[in-house]
Design a protein around this ligand. Structure first.
Ligand code: PMP
Length: 299
């Protein structure tokens, strides 16, 4: 926290912290996977780059550079002796003067590490989840910038996710302001039809997910036809397969949308191939062709 390793109980802030009142924070979610070579980040550099991009969008001056942020991510996994971890870098405006201008409160930086299994549980990875189309749309372009992974954006995600849970689903799928498919509350979305994998374009209403990028690359490596496209809502009801991707969600099959089963109602063959290729990176059965893995430094 602010450059020091501090005990969990001491990692606290004042109630007048700007970010608590006005959402002025940016963050990342990064996984370190347990591998034969010890815990390995997946892909740390891309996450640190997105963190600095998020800060740049909000003109937030970070008191640490990229290599210090990377070292901090290594340090929290190592010092907590975690074999596998979810790492959460967070930069936020602290307490300055009350009022909107975040410039009165310098940015503070925290990197936390926690053990975390799968976002929707182990069964979700194996059997898939039930999703619904949310009544809440994602953020429109040029309102709140969605390419920044900022705390305030997650008010949208919370509404989408809470509504889904309330109605008995695992997750909500949001449409963008143009009425076409955008993304899940905290995941990107892929649709498979007649052997072609499609995912919504990064168009200013969805986060440019790092797992999404990796899946586009893995799909191409497997020889699949994979493309970015405009995805009409009704495509979800006629899809052969649907799956979600994210650091927390990993590769989660969607088995139904709005109670309509997807394909056979079980994870489809292309989803399973992508899952195998993805988890194979950490199990050692998929070669790390793109240099995504980075072993947590021992010292
Ligand atoms: N969309 C949203 C809204 C998210 O919060 C996340 C999780 N960071 C994703 C997509 C997936 O992004 P990534 O693969 O980089 O974790």
């Amino acid at each position: 926290m602010d450059g020091e390793i501090v005990p969990w109980e001491s990692a606290t802030v004042h109630v007048m912290t700007h970010a608590l009142h006005y959402g002025s924070s940016v963050f990342e979610g990064i996984r370190a996977y347990s591998t034969d070579a010890g815990p390995c980040f997946f892909p740390l550099e891309a996450h640190v780059d997105r963190f600095f991009d998020s800060a740049a969008i909000y003109r937030m001056q970070l008191p640490f550079d990229r290599s210090e942020m990377r070292n901090a991510c290594h340090a929290v996994v190592r010092e907590n002796r975690l074999e596998a971890a979810y790492v959460r870098p967070l930069a936020f405006h602290g307490y300055g003067q009350i009022g909107l201008n975040p410039g009165t409160a310098p940015a503070r930086v925290v990197v936390a590490a926690v053990p975390w299994g799968s976002m929707h549980g182990k069964a979700a990875i194996e059997h898939g989840i039930d999703a619904c189309v949310s009544s809440w749309q994602r953020i429109a372009p040029n309102t709140i910038p969605v390419l920044a992974k900022a705390g305030g954006n997650y008010l949208s995600g919370q509404l989408i996710h809470m509504e889904a849970l309330r109605n008995g689903y695992h997750e909500g799928i949001a449409l963008g302001p143009d009425g076409t498919v955008s993304e899940g509350a905290g995941e990107n979305l892929f649709v498979v039809k007649n052997g072609v994998i499609r995912t919504p374009r990064v168009s200013g209403s969805l986060l440019a997910g790092i797992t999404r990028d990796a899946v586009i690359q893995l799909g191409a490596d497997l020889g699949c036809k994979i493309e970015e496209a405009t995805i009409p809502r009704e495509t979800l009801y006629t899809a052969d397969e649907v799956f979600m991707t994210g650091t927390a969600a990993e590769i989660t099959p969607v088995r139904s949308v709005d109670r309509a089963p997807i394909g056979t109602g079980r994870p489809g063959p292309i989803t399973q191939r992508i899952q195998q290729a993805f988890f194979g990176l950490f199990e050692g059965t998929t070669p790390d062709r793109h240099g995504w893995l980075e072993t947590v430094h021992a010292e």
